[in-house]
Design a protein around this ligand. Structure first.
Ligand code: FMN
Length: 175
C-alpha cells in the first residue's frame, strides 16, 4: 500500500512578503515562473515551462473570470483578479493577481503576459469564495452569459466597499 499522503482540500499558507510570479506567451503557455511559484504549486520547473497555465486551475474557479481576464489582457489592458489555484497535491491557495501584457519594443505587438500574485485578507477570500460558488452554480444551470450578468451586477453593488473595489476595480472599470 502506498504511504504517500494525498492532501486534498487543504489550504496552503502563503508568505505575505513573497510574490508568486509567472509569465506566459500570447497563448497562455508558461514561459517563466519564479522560485516561489514552483515551491507553492509543487510542480517542477520542467513540468511547468511550456504547459498551459490552466495546469494550476482549480475547479472552484468560474469560467467567466477567465473569460473577462482574456478579453481584457488581449486588448493590452491590465486587470486584477482574485484567483483560487490548485497545487499538484490537490491543496489550494487564494491569491490577488495582477495581470499585465508585455509588448515587443519594436512592433508594439503583445508578445506575452505577466502575472504577479500576493496574499489577500481572509475577509476578501470569504466574499469572493461565496461569489464564485454562486457563479459556478449559475454556469452549470443557466450558462456563462447569466453568470457574467450576475458578476457585473455584483461588482456594481460593491461601490461603497473601498477595499473590495480596489481588488476588483480593473474588472469593474472594464465595463
Ligand atoms: C499570465 C497569466 C497567468 C495566469 N495565471 C493563472 C493562474 O494562476 N491560475 C489559473 O487558473 N489560470 C491562470 N491563467 C489563465 C489560464 O490561461 C486559463 O485561462 C485558465 O486557467 C482557465 O483555463 P481553461 O479555460 O482551460 O479552463 C493565467 C493566464 C495568464 C495569461
Amino acid at each position: 500500500m502506498s504511504t504517500e499522503k494525498i492532501l486534498i482540500d487543504e489550504e496552503i499558507q502563503l508568505d505575505p512578503k513573497r510574490y508568486i510570479v509567472s509569465e506566459t506567451d500570447e497563448k497562455g503557455r508558461i514561459t517563466f515562473c519564479n522560485d516561489y511559484f514552483i515551491e507553492i504549486c509543487g510542480y517542477s520547473k520542467e513540468e511547468l515551462i511550456g504547459s498551459p497555465h490552466n495546469i494550476i486551475r482549480h475547479p472552484d474557479m468560474p469560467k467567466v473570470v477567465f473569460k473577462l481576464l482574456w478579453e481584457t489582457i488581449k486588448q493590452g489592458k491590465n486587470i486584477n483578479a482574485v484567483v483560487k489555484n490548485r497545487a499538484k497535491d490537490g491543496r489550494y491557495y487564494w491569491i490577488f493577481t495582477e495581470f499585465e501584457s508585455r509588448r515587443d519594443v519594436d512592433t508594439n505587438e503583445i508578445i506575452g503576459y505577466t502575472a504577479s500574485r500576493k496574499t489577500i485578507s481572509k475577509h476578501i477570500i470569504e466574499v469572493i469564495a461565496n461569489l464564485y460558488s454562486k457563479l459556478l452554480v449559475i454556469e452549470e444551470t443557466q450558462g456563462i452569459e447569466e453568470s457574467e450578468k450576475y458578476l457585473i451586477e455584483f461588482l456594481r453593488e460593491q461601490g461603497e466597499d473601498i477595499e473590495f473595489v480596489n481588488i476588483m476595480e480593473e474588472i469593474h472599470k472594464f465595463y
